[in-house]
Design a protein around this ligand. Structure first.
Ligand SMILES: NC(=O)c1ccc[n+]([C@@H]2O[C@H](COP(=O)([O-])OP(=O)(O)OC[C@H]3O[C@@H](n4cnc5c(N)ncnc54)[C@H](OP(=O)(O)O)[C@@H]3O)[C@@H](O)[C@H]2O)c1
Length: 254
């Protein structure tokens, strides 16, 4: 099998599994966080789980990126930096920022599947940027797709990180409990951190103008839209005073 055949085959498999994921997660809630439940096999400590799940997206990306002939060209380098900005944080900082109950554990199956996907995603996007993306010359810096993509990435990144920080602050006020989050993106939707994540990777896909980036957006949506709907239902069932006009993930729509 040539490298091209492998790359295209993996890409196709990710598109197919995004479809399978949205169907599966519309039917069953991934067992972690507020939907953690027994009966899903062995568990591991929550912080370790996050590191193991997310770090392949950073490390595998680095490996395939730096084996490519375009690795030291300006535009691929910029896209590599924004990718790593997110994933170094998510893998090695976020897990130690979240507030977890002492001894809290998470489902190993979720971590194993997430880790496998993150490795595949690192392979696809790292490989694409430095092996295949011939259009990413310096001229691309002034292309509207790049400019708009970087702006979307920045906006999504801010929305995601600020919303996650607000949730941490809520936890600090009331350790171990869930409260109704209020303010900023929570005025419109229950899961602004998920919305920010989707906008971030839509920006990346646009700025890199790649099917690898698109596969990531679709996979992220396949994961986060059903989860946002489930979390929104959970909020409404749990809190009788939950704001009635707040949507799940897309303001005014969904
Ligand atoms: N790209 C992808 O496919 C993908 C997939 C999954 C997650 N992510 C990203 O990973 C990050 C975390 O995801 P997540 O699913 O764990 O998000 P989440 O359900 O919003 O939880 C984030 C953190 O806040 C706590 N929390 C949530 N709601 C709270 C409330 N009402 N009151 C107090 N504390 C609350 C959670 O505690 P508990 O753990 O105790 O619930 C957890 O520590 C997000 O930025 C998300 O976008 C990305």
């Amino acid at each position: 099998m040539t490298d091209d055949t492998l790359f295209n085959g993996v890409l196709l498999a990710v598109f197919a599994s995004a479809l399978a994921t949205v169907l599966l997660l519309s039917w069953v809630n991934a067992p972690y966080g507020r939907h953690q439940s027994s009966g899903w096999g062995p568990t591991i400590p929550v912080r370790l789980g996050w590191v193991l799940m997310e770090s392949p997206a950073s490390l595998v990306f680095f490996y395939f990126y730096f084996t490519g002939q375009q690795a030291f060209q300006l535009v691929p380098l910029l896209l590599m930096v924004v990718w790593q900005l997110h994933y170094m944080h998510r893998s090695f900082i976020y897990p130690f920022q979240i507030r977890v109950k002492p001894g809290a554990r998470t489902t190993m199956l979720v971590i194993a599947l997430g880790s496998f996907y993150c490795g595949i995603n690192g392979y696809l996007n790292g490989t694409y940027l430095s092996h295949y993306a011939n259009h990413l010359t310096v001229d691309w810096l002034t292309d509207p797709r790049f400019i708009l993509g970087v702006m979307l990435f920045g906006f999504g990144y801010y929305l995601n990180k600020r919303s996650d920080r607000m949730l941490r602050e809520l936890r600090e006020q009331n350790p171990g409990a869930y409260q109704i989050p209020r303010g900023f993106g929570f005025n419109w939707v229950s899961m602004p951190n998920y919305l920010g994540e989707i906008i971030t990777w839509s920006g990346f896909a646009l700025a890199s103008w790649s099917l690898a980036g698109l596969s990531f957006v679709l996979f992220t949506m396949a994961n986060l839209v059903p989860r946002a709907l489930a979390n929104h239902r959970w909020y409404r069932e749990t809190f009788s005073d939950y704001p009635r006009d707040r949507k799940a993930i897309i303001p005014y729509i969904l």
